[in-house]
Write a protein that binds this ligand. Structure first.
Ligand SMILES: Cc1cc2nc3c(=O)[nH]c(=O)nc-3n(C[C@H](O)[C@H](O)[C@H](O)COP(=O)(O)OP(=O)(O)OC[C@H]3O[C@@H](n4cnc5c(N)ncnc54)[C@H](O)[C@@H]3O)c2cc1C
Length: 166
C-alpha cells in the first residue's frame, strides 16, 4: 500500500505494511507485504494476493482457512456469472488420521466448476494449520492441487476431494 499525506498525495518511496496496512492482522501477512514492497522497490511489479494468505486457530483440532468463504464465493460467482462447486470430506475417511486416532475433522474445498480454480479451503482437523499451505499456494498461482501421497493427511482431505469431484 502506498502512503498518502494529509492532502491525499502519494508520498514517493513510502510504503505501508503490517497492521498499519489494515488488510490482515497476521505476522506472515506483514512479512509477505514486506517482500512485496522490496520487490517493488527493486523494479519488479509484485502485488500480494491477499486471498492467498491463510489464517489458522491453534485449537485442538486446528482450524484453518484460505481464500473465500462459501457465501463470498457464491456472491462472486453470481456477479461474474460462473458456477462454483463445493467438495467436503471427513477426517473419518482419512486413514492416516484414523491411524493417529484423530478422526474428528472436516475439510471443505470451494472451486470454480469451469476452470477448477480453487477459491477457498476450510479445514477443521489435525494438522489443519499445516495442510492449508498447499491450498494457499494453489490460490496464489491460480492452479489446482496436484497428486498426493497416499495415505497422508493431504491426500484424503485435499487430493481426494478433487479426485471425486473433478
Ligand atoms: C499475543 C499475540 C499472538 C499472536 N499470534 C500470532 C500468530 O500465531 N500468528 C500470526 O500470524 N500473528 C500473530 N499475532 C499477530 C502478529 O504479531 C502481528 O500481526 C504482527 O506482529 C504485525 O506486524 P506489524 O509489523 O504490523 O506490527 P508489530 O509486529 O507490532 O511491529 C511494530 C513495531 O513498531 C514498533 N513501534 C511502535 N511505535 C513506534 C514508534 N513510535 N517508533 C518506533 N517504533 C515503534 C513496535 O515496538 C514494534 O516493534 C499475534 C499477536 C499477539 C499480540
Amino acid at each position: 500500500m502506498r502512503v498518502v499525506d494529509a492532502k491525499g498525495n502519494t508520498v514517493p518511496h513510502l510504503y505501508c505494511i503490517g497492521h498499519a496496512h489494515g488488510k490482515s492482522m497476521l505476522a506472515h501477512a506483514a512479512s509477505a507485504q514486506g517482500i512485496s514492497v522490496v520487490e517493488q522497490l527493486s523494479g519488479k511489479d509484485h502485488v500480494l494476493n491477499h486471498l492467498s494468505v491463510p489464517t489458522a486457530c491453534f485449537t485442538h483440532p486446528e482450524i484453518s482457512m484460505v481464500g473465500l468463504t462459501e457465501t463470498q464465493a457464491k456472491e462472486k460467482a453470481k456477479k461474474e456469472e460462473f458456477k462454483i462447486s463445493v467438495a467436503k470430506t471427513s477426517f473419518k475417511a482419512n486413514t492416516k488420521a484414523l491411524a493417529e486416532n484423530e478422526g474428528e475433522g472436516l475439510a471443505k474445498l470451494i472451486y470454480r466448476h469451469d476452470t477448477s480454480e480453487i477459491l477457498g479451503v476450510h479445514i477443521l482437523g489435525m494438522h489443519g494449520a499445516d495442510l492449508i499451505h498447499e491450498a494457499s499456494n494453489a490460490i496464489a498461482l491460480g492452479t489446482r492441487v496436484q497428486a498426493h501421497f497416499h495415505p497422508s493427511f493431504n491426500y484424503e482431505n485435499i487430493n481426494l476431494n478433487l479426485e471425486y469431484n473433478w
